[in-house]
Design a protein around this ligand. Structure first.
Ligand SMILES: NC(=O)c1ccc[n+]([C@@H]2O[C@H](COP(=O)([O-])OP(=O)(O)OC[C@H]3O[C@@H](n4cnc5c(N)ncnc54)[C@H](OP(=O)(O)O)[C@@H]3O)[C@@H](O)[C@H]2O)c1
Length: 263
């Protein structure tokens, strides 16, 4: 596997100028040795974006896998997230995440959900301060709506670099995609498979035509929409296959069919 996961057609450029790989590795529900092994397997397969969160309770294992992989730090894109219950102790929380990961900064720090006031302006101000202090190269949010993002921008003048939201063909939302792009917010989708019927006959037909799996079609659909995908797998074969989506291209008709799967 080549080490070009940040090359132009495989990454999006964030508002900061930093590049974010279009396919990353999700680690929710992977803990302990399983988390370590899966992240090592993913890094060996060529993934460079690793998605964790304080809530996943695996930052230590992720950090050890990052170190043991031998992949240079500047090739990695590491994301972690603040649980809303840690609102009010943002600085201490990112410092604890960095200590667990064994890093001096993350590439992306996300507000995992909107905190209690439904927008989290104070938390967002703390995120911007942490970014300015060099603890995170980019900061963003997760599970936010456009109205909530607009309120953060109104309060601070700064939009999140990324919004991580549930995303899959049945959830396709052209308005959210366009509104995010207009605001310079990169969309990152989570749960690409849990939210898709991988046995859907139309999806299977597209996969068969391209000689790939339905899961690979779903991830390629993300890539062609320039939406970052972070599939999770604990299965080595699937981990490799989920990154192997740059050798085929979906037609416009395929894309439209997938966009309409939820209709
Ligand atoms: N921000 C948030 O609130 C939020 C919420 C949910 C998730 N996330 C992030 O997004 C990541 C991905 O979402 P997710 O873990 O919920 O779900 P997912 O990636 O959609 O689905 C994972 C499931 O799909 C299976 N799978 C993986 N590759 C497959 C393939 N090629 N063919 C068929 N099945 C396959 C996995 O099985 P095996 O493991 O057995 O292979 C696992 O059961 C998470 O790990 C986490 O990092 C963020």
């Amino acid at each position: 596997m080549s080490d070009d996961e940040t090359a132009g057609d495989r990454s999006v450029t964030l508002a900061s100028g930093a590049r974010m790989p279009l396919i990353g590795f999700g680690t929710w529900r992977l803990t302990g040795r399983k988390a370590y092994r899966a992240v090592r397997t993913a890094l060996d397969a060529g993934y460079r974006l690793i998605d964790t969160a304080t809530m996943y309770e695996n930052e230590k294992e992720v950090g050890r896998a990052l170190r043991d992989s031998g992949v240079p730090r500047d090739r990695l894109f590491v994301t972690t997230k603040l649980h809303p219950s840690d609102a009010g102790r943002e600085r201490a929380t990112i410092e604890a995440s960095l200590a667990a990961l064994g890093l001096d900064h993350v590439d992306l720090w996300l507000v995992h959900w909107p905190p209690d006031d439904r927008v989290g302006t104070r938390t967002w101000e703390q995120f911007l301060a942490a970014r300015d202090a060099g603890l995170a190269t980019s900061v963003g949010v997760s599970n936010y709506g456009i109205d909530q993002i607009d309120r953060l921008v109104a309060a601070t003048g700064e939009a999140p670099a990324v919004n991580q939201v549930p995303w899959a063909p049945p959830l396709f939302d052209a308005d959210l995609l366009a509104a995010s792009m207009q605001r310079g917010v990169a969309l990152e989708g989570y749960s690409p498979f849990k939210r898709t019927d991988l046995a859907d006959l139309a999806l299977v037909a597209v996969a068969d035509r391209h000689g790939v799996s339905p899961a690979q079609v779903v991830l390629r659909w993300h890539v062609q929409h320039r939406v970052v995908a972070i599939p999770k797998s604990g299965t080595p074969r699937r981990i490799a296959d989920n990154l192997d989506v740059f050798g085929f291209e979906l037609s416009e008709a395929d894309m439209r069919m997938l966009d309409g799967l939820g209709a």
